[in-house]
Design a protein around this ligand. Sequence first.
Ligand code: TXE
Length: 487
Amino acid sequence: MTLPIYQSFINGQPLANQNGERFDVVNPATGQVIYQVEQADESVMQAAVASAQQGFKTWSAMTGLERGRILNRAAAMLREQNDALAEIEMRDTGKPWQEASVVDVVTGADSVEYFGGQASSIVGESQQIGPDFFYTRREPLGVCAGIGAWNYPLQIACWKSAPALACGNSMIFKPSEETPLGAIKLAEIYHAAGVPAGVFNVVQGDYRVGQMLTSDPAIAKVSFTGEAKTGRTVMADASRTLKSVTMELGGKSPLIIFDDTNLEQAVSAAMLGNFYTQGEICTNGTRVFVQRKIYDAFLAQLVKRTENNIIAGAPENPNTNFGALISAGHRDLVMKYIDSAKAEGARLLVGGSKLQPAGCENGYFVAPTVFADCTDDMTIVREEIFGPVMAVLPFDTEEEVVQRANNTEYGLAAGIFTADITRAHRVIHQLEAGICWINSFGASPAEMPVGGYKLSGLGRENGREALAHYTQTKSVYVGLAPLEAPF
Ligand code: TXE
């Protein structure tokens, strides 16, 4: 059976490469190749840049209200096509239908809708200076690049393109080579909604295409989502042509459970923050600090619910709530972390092995895994695993847990559960993290800016703050009094 072949989406339509290079895309739940994609080559990149520059002229000449109207039409189309788009995300990522159908498309559409609404409110300011005055203009940057990760492919494409386009820029977006299709669908929807050809182009391929984006002098900005290590390479490459960068990187975030909290809620947060999307979420609370008095009760309930309530299996089965990891390589990396935890003396309470659910024997599944009695020096406590491996650590005092929670080079997210609301705010204000939850975990509405401290990133996505990254300010001083000069 010949497999479908997809291409880059340039200037409103698919564009073939000239060197014929293709790569396979696998359904992680079955291990089967489901389609092929052409790797963008120089000819495709040149066409992408040229049409993005052309499209920018038309798009930036529109008013914010006109751009917003088109973005809102695109948001409505995303919602109308929710199920078809969610199915694509499910097959590309291996995540359960139960998740993809209610999170992935919705959170993308929300961002497109939110920035569609913001497009007409991007204003400058003016001020009297004696008889004179000045005014400022918030002007678009021009052609921007987006580079996406594979865990939320369509959502990431929306979160990067929506503020960029709302401000009048055009964007060339490269999805992860693991999950290429969602971005193509977004490009088709933008085009059908009225976004001019070239304003949102999609180039397909691996790091080589990413490097073409970070080095092209015609590109003014790069917004990147991925590993911290890759982020530093991307930022270094982008610095050669002084591009501005937004970096949404990895994390090793603390979830702190004080002994005065509702145990059921705290266990839910720990499971959400480690097993939702089979642990492949950057903001996950993978270091779970539990105050000693409730430590044993917490572990007992956590093990019981992990053993009984997690259903790993075929993602299309509506009962499945735990899917496959993105690739065989990533699965093997997660297993290496599990082996290191065993070797370093962590106490394995549940999981710790590969899974082969019926009908998905060739999929890349790892069991939801909990290690207890972890110490701060363990590899699984210091490094981002990006898989379903929870490290539980006991603690005694507030001062101790704040110091330990901050003892990491990352600073993406943090969660805290306590009934003492004064303590909740006192502690969260001391944590070095950009995305924080109190008695909640994981919610990320389009209105809320998100981004990391320290090595977890630069800049913010979503919220009004994201607009600042996609405009540049021009100050215009107007002389109404005669200009004096000593010459
Ligand atoms: O990242 P990779 P992955 C993080 C998550 C984890 C990682 C997983 O924490 O660390 O993403 O995603 C391209 N020049 N976040 O494995 O390998 C590559 O082709 C230019 C954080 O995909 O870094 C892919 O498209 N581009 C996030 C992209 O970079 C290059 C939420 C990412 O690849 C490149 C989600 C290069 N030299 C995941 N090398 C958050 N903080 O919001 C690779 N790429």
